[in-house]
Design a protein around this ligand. Structure first.
Ligand code: VNL
Length: 387
């Protein structure tokens, strides 16, 4: 009786083991690092929702394997991102790393991608140099030079000659400031002052006073996603709009995640960016409708970066039949596909996204605020790579 019981137990546990290894062979894991808490939590929320939507629409299989997504909260702290990425590579044997809500988080993880030969898909962070930090990095978000150059073209042709710039004082802010000012100066404009605010807990009051005193035609702004509403409120409260100072910037400032709550101060703000939730294409209409049905909030450019990042990984897994490493990376290079933002290409040389940049104006339609696109530069490569 005892012996029989023992044998049965043994047989049962062997079955469990066999099932476990069959599952392991049939499953590929994607490790996603996101700020689900902390100052950039809205970016984590948007991308996590987009990943869930992508899998709901496209299934949880690619390249003949089950695709398991593991999301880890790094709280926007680079040491966490690096440690969690290391664990995902070593313990979970993920086939790709993805996410990266802020530039320092992506840069901290780049050496892990290189050493472990794990493709790393940057879905959010947008400093130009990120893709140069590891040959295993590809990007489905955008770069600040890509977005900012468009405004350096538009502003001086639309009566804006004297500007003050205001950027968050880190990688993407440096890029936005440099590429915007270089381009507007090339087009005969003038940058009166270059102002910066800290990435963490910025106080906009002192810089807004400086802007008021400088009396520019417009203030050009880059702030990371999540800071736009607070900035816009103070811009209005200090009466800069009433003083006739126009607000322009990259589309991070009129982020679709917050735009609808910004109120009338946002009306008429012109920005250049790669994605607006009001982009007029059948694919985007379906994307926005499905996303809103699942989440009760509007997708922003971070959501699209996440959704397209999943598309990039699924397509590549289909090509490699689930294999990872250099084969998976190679299958990511050169991909062309239609995104909710329009057609995109992953440049095979730079591993950087090539995409349309739209000029948009905030307008009210049916009681809601939207970034309404009215002009486009087609297939813009990252100007940061053209040396
Ligand atoms: C970055 C760039 C982050 C643009 C953002 O929002 C953004 C970055 C969190 O590279 O850190 O809108």
């Amino acid at each position: 009786m005892n012996r029989r019981h023992h044998l049965l137990t043994l047989a049962a546990s062997t079955l469990v083991l066999a099932a476990g290894s069959a599952q392991a062979q049939d499953t590929v894991k994607i490790g996603v690092l996101l700020p689900m808490t902390g100052q950039s939590a809205s970016t984590g929320k948007q991308i996590a929702a987009a990943i869930a939507l992508f899998q709901a629409q496209n299934g949880k299989k690619a390249g003949g394997k089950n695709v398991e997504v593991i999301i880890k909260d790094d709280a926007g702290v680079a040491d966490n991102t690096r440690r969690l990425a290391q664990e995902l590579v070593v313990n979970d044997k993920v086939v790709a790393l993805a996410g990266f809500g802020l530039t320092p988080l992506a840069l901290a993880t780049a050496p892990i991608a290189t050493q472990s030969k794990t493709p790393m898909v940057v879905m959010a962070a947008a400093t130009s140099s990120i893709t140069e930090a590891s040959p295993f990095i590809t990007r489905t978000s955008f770069t600040l030079p890509q977005a900012a150059v468009g405004m350096g073209e538009w502003a001086p042709k639309n009566g804006i000659k004297k500007v003050v710039s205001l950027v968050a004082d880190y990688g993407p802010g440096n890029d936005a400031e440099k590429y915007f000012t270089d381009r507007i100066q090339l087009n005969g404009g003038q940058v009166l002052e270059k102002l910066r605010t800290p990435l963490r807990s910025p106080d906009f009051a002192p810089v807004l006073q400086k802007v008021r005193d400088a009396k520019p035609d417009a203030l050009f702004v880059f702030l990371p996603s999540g800071q736009g509403a607070q900035f816009m409120k103070q811009f209005g409260e200090r009466g800069l709009d009433k003083a006739g100072i126009r607000l322009i910037g990259t589309g991070d400032i009129t982020d679709d995640d917050q735009l609808n709550d910004m109120g009338d101060v946002a009306l008429g703000v012109v920005t250049t960016h790669h994605y607006s939730a009001s982009h007029n294409s059948p694919m985007n209409k379906k994307f926005v409708a499905d996303f809103q049905a699942a989440n009760k909030f509007r997708p922003n450019f971070m959501a699209v970066g996440g959704w397209d990042g999943m598309r990039l990984i699924y397509n590549a897994l289909n090509t490699t039949k689930g294999a990872g490493g250099e084969a998976l990376l190679a299958a990511m290079k050169g991909q062309i596909f239609e995104s909710p933002r329009g057609q995109v290409l992953i440049d095979g040389q730079t591993r950087e996204i090539v995409q349309d940049i739209h000029t948009r104006k905030v307008e009210k339609k049916d009681g809601q605020l939207w970034n309404v696109e009215f002009d486009v530069q087609k297939a813009v490569k990252d100007p940061g790579k053209v040396k």
